[in-house]
Design a protein around this ligand. Sequence first.
Ligand code: C2E
Ligand code: MG
Ligand code: MG
Length: 350
Amino acid sequence: MCLPGWGDEFVVLCPGVPTPMAAVRLAERLQALVSKPWISQDYSITPSMSVGIASTDDPEVTVDELLRRADLAMYAAKGSDERSITIYDNVIDAQVRRGVLIKRQLQSAIDGDLLKVNFQPIVDLKSRDSIGFEALVRIRDFEGVWMAPIEFILVAESVGLIDQMGDLVLRRCLAVLKLTENTAPDLVISINISPLQVCREGLAGRMIAIAERYEVDLGRLAVEVTESVLIDRPRTAINELNTLRAVGCRVYLDDFGTGYSSMSWLSQLPIDAIKIDRSFTAGLLNHPRRRVVVDSMIRLSLDLGLNVIAEGVELEAQAEALLAMGCLRGQGFLFGHPAPFPQPAELLVP
Ligand code: C2E
Ligand code: MG
Ligand code: MG
């Protein structure tokens, strides 16, 4: 029996399904039926469907509890790229609960302006002067402990809070840039932009409008994007990045080397610099083949007229090896951990 749920959610009740695998097969049949394309006003529409499955032979489990479990499994299915059909288990329960708590924390951090932005120096590898800072966002979890972004960025993306969060981070950075206008006019602050933000039209316009209110020269701002911006809507991403570059904002390609067919994208993306992912920096000294890859990345980028920043520099020997290969900029714990922005007097910007 199929009962309408809320909005685009439906409940399928099927007594007598012998095993969870039989339920999966049923879900696959439903998916195949639902995802048949149909034409509306000359557009071909191909619906997709995420399915959460919960079953029990325990008479103590109520119908409400069973529905709750199916609901949690469905949300896990929705949030997963690989498992559009998901069977409920306790791990999902814990994950979804944590997701809900993180969403609450994030919302209250945004509402109460309680996001923290840390800054990590990007240095000139020769002089070791800071030439810029990367802004890295933090929020507290429900026990008051600062969480790393890996924990909450995905949640922010999936519940539609990424734009609000991104705008707040931008405002903090603009405030810092304003504050250092005279003491460190050449300072560049870079902010991370989620692929979801840059693949929708309007990001560049909104950022420019916010920056105008702060009267900050956008030549002192950079955005960091990853190659994944090219997967979904490459045209939109490229347009948005071009609009930002037209007003002076720089574009850095983050985590370079970890994405898809990296080399070919380099010639297509409107970028000013690449950031070599820290996994390459980490392997530099002990893995000769990695060293060759890093060397080629640096040479290719320089040949394309791009700046190169090595991420995750932790050892003096790594900094020296990078410099010898022609990489002039670095970022990593060797030069400084992410921390509140230094007071203008402490800044070592040339
Ligand atoms: P990312 O942009 O590649 O940022 C660099 C990450 O590497 C930061 O982690 C930083 O703390 C860490 N790191 C820097 N130097 C070293 C080092 O020498 N060794 C090691 N082991 N790690 C180092 P963090 O702050 O946890 O950020 C993780 C990711 O979260 C960032 O990776 C970025 O993709 C994302 N992120 C951070 N802030 C924001 C934000 O405001 N918006 C969005 N959309 N994403 C953000
Ligand atoms: Mg980054
Ligand atoms: Mg990175």
